[in-house]
Design a binder for this molecule. Structure first.
Ligand code: ADP
Ligand code: MG
Ligand code: MG
Length: 509
């Protein structure tokens, strides 16, 4: 960073000018959400930062450089039955009902024989900058928060926010500032890259007349992060994508008994589309959280899809590979990383991004973790096997939480604690400020902030169905863009959709 303050201080009139231009650009370019009342046909702009946020260029480049390694690592984990059996099939699937059900589906489909050996991953590896006290910016490191293998969102909106910030610079709305240059605002092809991943999987399926199925949550507010993928597919690739809520699939999906093709039969089919319609690829923007399965019918739907020969993004095995337990095992057991990454140099690069990770089980390491969780709780976050934000337990809340869990476990005769992992807290740089803008607030909110960088990765892999010990064939391995989410320092969590944070873009320094 230069010596000049960030973000620049503006006169009231000037800030209003930037706010007005930003809001109009956002509404004009689909940087929008559905309002809380999802029944209306209006939209509000998504939360964004008024300026891009400074981010060290070398750390941004490092995160991008690592993505092909992470893509490959998670492709290999997905295809390693013995590893998933051991790591997820152990205590986790027994004490965590949700993981247990996913695991059962995986086992069942493996036993029956999988009908589709291809799987698509639209991944996102998330990082925070680790800057413990008294380190200077050249000593900062990136540390991985988590690796998402299902429903990695905000690709489209993050592409838009990058464009918004470039527009505000090019149009002269921003004041001049030495760090704020066109070359500091890196292009972000997340939207087109994720769509190309979907297109590659569709083509690999090999039926031009089939369509891609995007499965969403009911009453999805984040529709305008999803629709652009449909539009990209039709406009650039000539591929149809149907966007259907999970709950509507109970009655509309079926399997062709002889070919195992996945067939979609809408209750009121369009005259111009075949009915039933064959589905080439099922892309989940739901199904990662217990609450996404509204009734047992959604579990039946999930099983039906897994049994089909449609390609899944992700397959249930790939979803299991993204469990936080897997991240913990990679971090706490060096031989696990050695199993998947043969090059010592690559392992070293990956390991540099790991925090301290511990199991919460009966092993020696688990006992040490339990002691740390009580005696050094201020250094840690405790995580269950969940996605979607809002599930973690931080710092001083950990000991009383574990006390309660132990009591409940005793009463119920299970050991739920084993379904958690303990992770050391990453310490982002202090003194970062940003103007956070939410629809309906007439001014931006200046706040002390923390930014989380996500890198999107696309993987198309082919498992060897005859040999569960063979390496998968990785047909596509790409790094396709990034997401910067910025939140007020006071909030521990960072889900944009749950209202804790805004979408940002990096200003490389
Ligand atoms: P989820 O899958 O629910 O998004 P995460 O592991 O990403 O779970 O945790 C949610 C949020 O909690 C992150 O976006 C980040 O803000 C915060 N967080 C998670 N792990 C850490 C950590 N080790 N250090 C600091 N903050 C963390
Ligand atoms: Mg996650
Ligand atoms: Mg997360």
């Amino acid at each position: 960073m230069t010596g000049s303050a960030w973000p620049p201080e503006l006169s009231k009139e000037h800030e209003q000018h930037v706010l007005d231009h930003a809001a109009d650009w956002a509404l004009a370019h689909g940087l929008v959400l559905r309002p809380l009342d999802a029944s209306t046909t209006s939209g509000i702009h998504a939360p964004y930062s008024l300026f891009p946020s400074p981010f060290p260029r070398h750390l941004f480049e490092e995160a991008k450089r690592l993505q092909p390694l992470y893509n490959d690592l998670y492709a290999r984990i997905t295809a390693d039955d013995a590893f998933l059996e051991q790591v997820v099939g152990g205590a986790v699937s027994k004490v965590d009902e949700f993981q247990g059900r996913l695991y059962d589906i995986w086992k069942q489909v493996k036993k029956e024989g999988i009908k589709q050996s291809l799987a698509l991953g639209l991944f996102r590896s998330d990082y925070l900058i680790h800057a413990p006290d008294r380190t200077s910016p050249d000593q900062y490191e990136i540390k991985q928060v988590e690796f998402n293998t299902i429903s990695s969102s905000f690709g489209a909106l993050s592409t838009r926010v990058g464009e918004l910030h470039r527009y505000l610079l090019a149009s002269g709305a921003y004041p001049s500032h030495p760090s704020l240059t066109p070359s500091a605002l890196h292009p972000n092809p997340a939207l087109s890259g994720l769509a190309s991943g979907l297109a590659a999987a569709h083509k690999a399926y090999g039926n031009d007349n089939a369509a891609v199925l995007m499965v969403t949550q009911d009453n999805e507010r984040n529709a305008f992060d999803q629709r652009p993928l449909e539009y990209e597919l039709i406009e650039k690739h000539g591929i149809r994508l149907l966007r259907i809520p999970f709950s509507q699939l109970r009655t509309t999906l079926s399997l062709d008994p002889s070919t195992h093709a996945l067939l979609y039969t809408p209750s009121s089919p369009l005259p111009s589309l075949p009915s039933p319609l064959e589905i080439s690829l099922v892309y989940y923007r739901t199904a990662y959280s217990p609450t996404d399965y509204y009734t047992s019918a959604e579990w039946d739907t999930r099983l039906l899809i897994e049994r089909s020969k449609a390609i899944k993004c992700p397959s249930v095995g790939m979803q299991l590979a993204g469990a936080k337990k897997v991240q913990e095992v990679l971090g706490s057991h060096p031989e696990a990383l050695e199993r998947f990454v043969k090059s010592e140099k690559d392992r070293e690069e990956l390991r540099r991004t790991f925090t301290e990770l511990y199991p919460m089980d009966d092993s020696e390491l688990g006992k040490e973790a339990l002691r740390k969780a009580y005696e050094e709780s201020e250094r840690f976050v405790l995580k269950p096997q969940r996605e979607g934000g809002g599930n973690n337990i931080y710092r001083g809340d950990i000991p009383p939480f574990l006390d309660r869990l132990a009591e409940e476990d005793k009463r119920r005769g299970i050991d739920e604690q084993k379904g958690y992992i303990l992770m050391s807290l990453i310490e982002p740089p202090k003194g970062m400020e940003q103007v956070l803008v939410k629809a309906g607030e007439d001014k931006g909110r200046r706040a002390d902030v923390v930014s989380e960088l996500g890198i999107y990765g696309v993987v198309l892999l082919r498992e060897n169905v005859d040999d569960a010990t063979a390496l998968p064939e990785v047909l596509v391995n790409e790094t396709v863009g990034h997401l910067l989410r910025t939140k007020g320092r006071e909030s521990d969590e960072g889900g944009v959709a749950v209202g804790f944070s805004v979408i940002d873009s990096p200003m490389l320094t």
